[in-house]
Design a binder for this molecule. Structure first.
Ligand SMILES: [Zn+2]
Length: 101
């Protein structure tokens, strides 16, 4: 999960008054098939290292849990009690809720 997610949620809560957070990741994500090596390869190719992290992951459930944790512990957010995470299965079209660890 990138910083701009926290940025969007912070603006949503503080400027628009939202209180609930729902995170949805998906199966078959391109981020599952790459590693942080991606940045290195990119730097070799274009001569410049990106200042963003790739945020690749192997286990989508675990990535959702980690994202929920980041939302809950963010100092910028006003409301962190109602945070739910789901995985959208691109094959079945079903949403599966992830238990927070
Ligand atoms: Zn994806």
């Amino acid at each position: 999960m990138t910083d701009d997610v926290i940025r969007s949620l912070t603006i949503s809560q503080r400027a628009l008054g939202t209180r609930s957070v729902v995170l949805i990741h998906h199966t078959n994500c391109g981020l599952e098939s790459i590693t942080e090596e991606f940045r290195h390869d990119l730097e070799m190719e274009v001569g410049q290292r990106p200042n963003w992290a790739v945020e690749a992951f192997r286990d989508v459930d675990q990535d959702v849990r980690q994202s929920m944790q980041r939302v809950r512990t963010s100092p910028f957010l006003l409301y962190t009690d109602d945070v739910r995470g789901f995985v959208f299965d691109v094959k079945t079209g079903m949403l599966r809720e992830i238990d927070p660890a």
